[in-house]
Ligand binder design. Structure first.
Ligand code: PBG
Ligand code: ZN
Length: 327
């Protein structure tokens, strides 16, 4: 044997590189976020998220058709209501925009795996993820029954999985027991377990009209400085009965994602959030980086251990993979 390791032997040509590949993206890895608005005949591009649209319920067939063609099996829904109030009551209206979207999607594509985000910030006049007291503080335990009620109305509409993104303590337990008591023990829960207070949500808040009217979300979302705290949050979600854990955002938190997949036996999802999408999308559009930065990034998230990747790249990634353009 000669004196040094010849790693290049296993990178010599395309055949051996393909054989040695440890991580492969596939359309089933992806969950597509969809924004649903009130009204009719609306499919309007979201300026902060190029290539994404606000859909009214009657226009959802356009996006469903693309998902079917590309082989993306799942979407996560976000609702943008016309009416907001201090306790976000529109969120649990059985004829609300998300509830109607779930029913329509089920009709359009019975096998579609439908996930719905459960939160109040799109529905509250103050833009916070829960109920406030008189001092502008977000109340934890008072918020829980509201979240549970939202989840029940989504379940009644036929959702497969709910994903509470509010970061209230005890929310998984509250939603799990409410669903079970109403006969929805088959509806799964994905905890946004390790959700950081992040500037990467900027384009989403613009798209969903959900920026807080005052203050920030730091009393409920986590501090980017903390890794152990993320493990405590995930442990709590495991104990409260979550079926899936999630780390959000993805890219600046791949260490947290990797540790989560090594620590817990539950599958872990990663949310490749709006700001992460916008950065890459705009850099590629301006010619600053080759398009291969997209599969490189998605592969990194999967390599770190994500079982599912919620990403605004879901459709184009699945299309490119299907066409064999990304190897
Ligand atoms: C609502 C919610 C947010 C995101 C998902 N659900 C925004 C926030 O917490 O402010 C962010 C998603 C993204 O940036 O793509 N709580
Ligand atoms: Zn929220």
């Amino acid at each position: 044997m000669t004196g040094f390791y010849r790693g290049r032997r296993l990178r010599k040509n395309a055949a051996i590189r393909s054989m040695m590949k440890e991580t492969r993206l596939q359309p089933e890895d992806f969950v597509l976020p969809i924004f649903v608005v009130e009204g009719e005949g609306i499919q309007r591009e979201i300026s902060s998220l190029p290539g994404h649209y606000h859909y009214s319920v009657d226009k959802l067939e356009n996006i469903v058709e693309q998902m079917q063609q590309a082989g993306v099996p799942s979407c996560i829904l976000f609702g943008i209501p016309d009416k907001k109030d201090s306790c976000g009551s529109e969120a649990s209206n059985e004829d609300g925009v998300v509830q109607r979207a779930i029913r329509r999607l089920r009709q359009l594509w019975p096998e579609l795996y439908i996930i719905a985000d459960v939160c109040m910030c799109e529905y509250t006049s103050h833009g916070h993820c829960g109920i406030l007291n008189g001092k502008g503080e977000v109340l934890n335990d008072e918020t829980l029954p509201h979240l549970a009620q939202i989840a029940i109305t989504y379940a009644e509409a036929g959702v497969d999985m709910v994903a509470p993104s509010d970061m209230m303590d005890g929310h998984i337990a509250a939603i799990r027991s409410a669903l079970d008591e109403s006969g929805f023990e088959q509806v799964a829960i994905m905890g946004y377990s390790a959700k950081y207070a992040s500037a990467y949500y900027g384009p989403f808040r613009e798209a969903a009209g959900s920026a807080p009217a005052f203050g920030d979300r730091k009393s409920y979302q986590m501090d980017c400085a903390n890794g152990k705290e993320a493990l405590r949050e995930m442990q709590a979600d495991v104990e409260e009965g979550a079926d899936l854990l999630m780390v959000k955002p993805a890219l600046a938190y791949l260490d947290v994602l990797k540790e989560a997949t090594q620590t817990f036996r539950l599958p872990v999802a990663a949310y490749n959030v709006s700001g992460e999408y916008a950065m890459l999308k705009m850099a590629v559009q301006q010619g600053l980086m080759a398009e291969s930065v997209i599969p490189e990034t998605l592969t990194a998230i999967k390599r770190a251990g994500a079982k599912l990747i919620i990403t605004y790249f879901a459709l184009e990634a699945a299309q490119k993979l299907k066409q064999g353009e990304w190897q």
